[in-house]
Design a protein around this ligand. Structure first.
Ligand code: C5P
Length: 221
């Protein structure tokens, strides 16, 4: 038996950091579904396939040679594509934007569904994404919708990327995140929205530790 906690929300709300900490504290597995779409986006970019080429995208999605390497509480997991460490390429906003384009494709999402569900193994899973509570794990007993103001989210992403040594502009980042959220929320397939039974947490004014605490309390209840 495996318990699943889903954490959905827009880009930069802190889902990754918070999910990773909750998973570590519980001794559970962690699914970063965004990394899956980002890796597919990177594979498409490398192969010269764009978001309009549905057949090629589907083929890439079905045969994605992807490995996740775990990680510690304060470090990103490493992601290997075809044995090559692509972790650093995954996090930039160009890959995020391409991920959001390939993620609008219904057939691609269907091809990646089972792989995501297979992560629900004992003792438990924290699943982070956009449609974890609505589509991938609709029966999860605990669903969180984690959000924050656009400005705060852009600011956090900015700090993360700068800390990784990337050269980014806060204005451009804000606009890219805004466009990506709008695409994710308004797409026909698996749009970003809170599940009917989700608890919404707004992290604009509270710390990561407080959000983690709230979620651990919900789990322990
Ligand atoms: O969470 P992250 O920013 O890494 O996600 C990148 C993109 O992947 C999102 O903007 C979204 O379009 C897509 N995605 C998705 N469904 C998920 C996770 C991510 O469509 N469950």
């Amino acid at each position: 038996m495996s318990v699943v906690v889903t954490i959905d929300g827009p880009g930069g709300a802190g889902k990754g950091t918070i999910s990773r900490i909750v998973a570590m504290r519980m001794g559970w597995h962690y699914l970063d579904s965004g990394a899956l779409y980002r890796t597919l986006a990177l594979a498409a970019l490398k192969a010269g396939v764009d978001e309009t080429q549905s057949e090629q995208l589907l083929d890439l999605a079905k045969h994605l040679p992807l490995t996740f390497l775990l990680e510690s509480e304060d470090e990103d997991h490493r992601v290997l594509l075809d044995g090559v460490d692509v972790t650093d390429d995954l996090r930039n906003e160009q890959t995020g934007s391409m991920a959001s384009k390939v993620a609008s494709n219904q057939a691609v999402r269907a091809a990646l569904l089972q792989w995501q569900r297979d992560n629900a193994v004992a003792p438990g899973l924290v699943a982070d994404g956009r449609d974890m509570g609505t589509v991938v794990f609709p029966d999860a007993p605990i669903k969180i919708y984690l959000t924050a103001s656009l400005e705060e989210r852009a600011n956090r992403r900015y700090k993360q990327l700068i800390a990784k040594g990337l050269d980014v502009s806060i204005g451009e980042l804000l606009e890219e995140i805004r466009v990506r959220d709008e695409r994710d929320m308004n797409r026909e397939v698996a749009p970003l929205k809170p599940a009917d039974d989700a608890v919404t947490i707004d992290s604009t004014e509270i710390t990561i530790a407080q959000v983690v605490d709230n979620i651990l309390k919900l789990i322990n209840k």
